[in-house]
Design a protein around this ligand. Structure first.
Ligand code: NDP
Ligand code: 8X3
Length: 252
């Protein structure tokens, strides 16, 4: 038995990348998984893989009303949520702010911020009432380190860090942890979604210095397995071969 065995863990964005790896990792640790994502076929395959300890929900996290309906109808075995992992997120486009598509900006805000708020608002009151729970929010190095074309994506991730810390402030004295995990570059479908091109993502991910989804899953599991007296407020993890760039100058 460990901190996770028998616990019910909601993982948003479990159809790919970090979320899929985290769902698998925590299932191996004995957790029951509620896996969210829009792609129903992938969710079904995950459910077949993980068996009866997995419940799937095909839903867009930006649709707060659909989330509320589905969580109200959770099967009893999954109805007491111990852990929420707010992982679903997207970058859309690689354009400078002055050239960017306003609809893509809105979609990033609706998913990366709106989805986190909707799930947190739905599940946090139960955690507080039961005096037990954990919320892990997946931020990004992009929330701390600006780069050209990061504009709204990075800003949504800065929101995630500050929202997590403000949750900590509100939850003081409660047995509910709030944790922000901020990865550097991880090889997932993220770049293909961002650019709309798997070829350019393959070229990007050809770089040898990357992390893999399992690395982030291990960090999430570590934070959760720690004794409950310990709350990792935030953790930033980069590939060993990645660091920061110096401030840049305009070309003449
Ligand atoms: P992937 O594109 O591989 O996975 C993203 C996941 O989010 C998918 O399961 C996708 O499922 C889900 N998702 C996206 N939009 C929605 C939505 N509207 N409703 C429900 N689910 C949604 O990328 P990653 O695994 O890399 O991304 C996971 C998180 O990690 C994101 O928050 C990202 O910002 C963050 N991150 C990624 C880094 C990287 O380098 N890869 C670095 C730092 C942070 P579906 O399409 O089926 O809905
Ligand atoms: C994803 C990392 O640097 O591509 O959050 O924005 S980055």
């Amino acid at each position: 038995a460990n901190e996770l065995s028998g616990r019910t863990v909601v993982v948003s964005g479990a159809t790919s990348g970090i979320g899929a790896a985290t769902a698998r990792h925590l299932a191996r640790d004995g957790a029951r998984i509620v896996a969210l994502g829009r792609r129903a076929k992938r969710l079904e395959r995950l459910r077949e893989e993980l068996g009866p300890a997995c419940h799937v929900m095909a839903v867009d996290v930006a649709d707060g009303a659909a989330l509320a309906r589905m969580f109200a109808a959770l099967p009893p075995a999954f109805a007491t949520v111990d852990v929420l992992i707010n992982n679903a997120g997207v970058a859309l486009g690689n354009d400078k702010a002055q050239d960017a598509d306003a609809a893509k900006w809105q979609a990033m805000v609706d998913t990366n911020i709106g989805g986190v708020l909707a799930l947190t608002r739905l599940l946090l009151p139960g955690m507080v009432a039961r005096d037990r729970g954990d919320i892990v929010n997946i931020g990004s190095v992009a929330g701390s380190w600006p780069y050209p074309t990061g504009n709204v994506y990075g800003a949504t991730k800065a929101f995630i860090r500050q929202f997590t810390l403000n949750l900590r402030a509100d939850l003081l004295g409660r047995n509910v942890r709030a944790i922000c995990v901020e990865p550097g570059t991880v090889r997932t479908e993220f770049a293909a979604v961002r650019t709309g091109s798997s070829a350019s993502a393959d070229a990007f991910y050809g770089h040898p210095n990357l992390m893999y989804p399992e690395d982030v899953a291990e960090i999430v599991a570590f934070c959760l397995r720690l004794p409950r007296r310990v709350n990792i407020n935030m953790v930033e993890a980069m590939p060993l071969g990645q660091a920061f760039s110096a401030p840049i100058f305009a070309d003449d």
